[in-house]
Write a protein that binds this ligand. Sequence first.
Ligand code: ADP
Length: 281
Amino acid sequence: MTSSKKQARISLRDALVPVRAGQRLTLGARAAAPPSSIPDKKALEERTAALLKRLETLQAAFHADGSRALLLVLQGRDAAGKDSTIRTVVGACNPMGVRIASFGPPSTLELRHDYLWRVHQAMPPRGVIGVFNRSHYEDVLVVRVRKLAPESVWKPRYRQIVEFERMLVENGTVIVKCFLHISHDEQRLRLQERLDDPAKNWKFRLGDLEDRAHWTQYTNAYRDMLSRTSTAHAPWYVVPADEKRVRNYYIAQLLVKTLESLNPKYPRMDPAVSRAAHGFT
Ligand code: ADP
């Protein structure tokens, strides 16, 4: 067995299962905590390190292969760890083959278009892993909870998003969606840390507190989002994210699993190049 195969075998234990279409999740504190099957700290760190090494190898081939694009959607409440996931997990990849897009409140121009306009433009091209730090799902989350549009506008979006993602998948993009799930208590700790740490203060927005005050409304909105938009072609995974190590482990595992299923191959050298390069000095 090659060493890369050994790494793959290590990686695929305790895999997360996708949300089933129509599944109603409670999204309570228990689902945010590490599952009991999770290995101890040292074993987890070793496995994650092996996964990240494997991710680096697979991404190099995926980038060179250039036949498919991969989109990783990261959604979660404030301080759920979206930025940190990008730094620690996606950071294992060569930045040449990665495109990160963050979605804040739409600009005046974006508001004059349909809500998927800016999203479509940010999609990764073939050979690239795109990461959405928030996404088009804000248009059925914040827009619903903060009543930025009436129900008659946001409700049809579940269907529109499923259809939009189907079109993307049928045209060569693989989509994996992660909801980073943190508990109410863990968010309080992390927001407090942001207030206390001068290097993190800048991340704190008044809106974070307002969103926290709407905890239950967001839970309902996330629940509907998961049950209505998790599909076989673009599945959602609920990542227990109260423990950063556990979160990283699962997301590294999902990326490795997805890239392995694509079996990326380095292109063969052009025979003309090979002939011309033969015996060059
Ligand atoms: P983050 O909180 O992800 O670190 P920001 O501080 O820039 O990043 O916050 C992004 C904000 O933009 C969030 O409050 C989010 O709800 C909001 N946002 C994203 N997309 C939309 C949208 N389509 N409509 C309204 N608000 C949005």
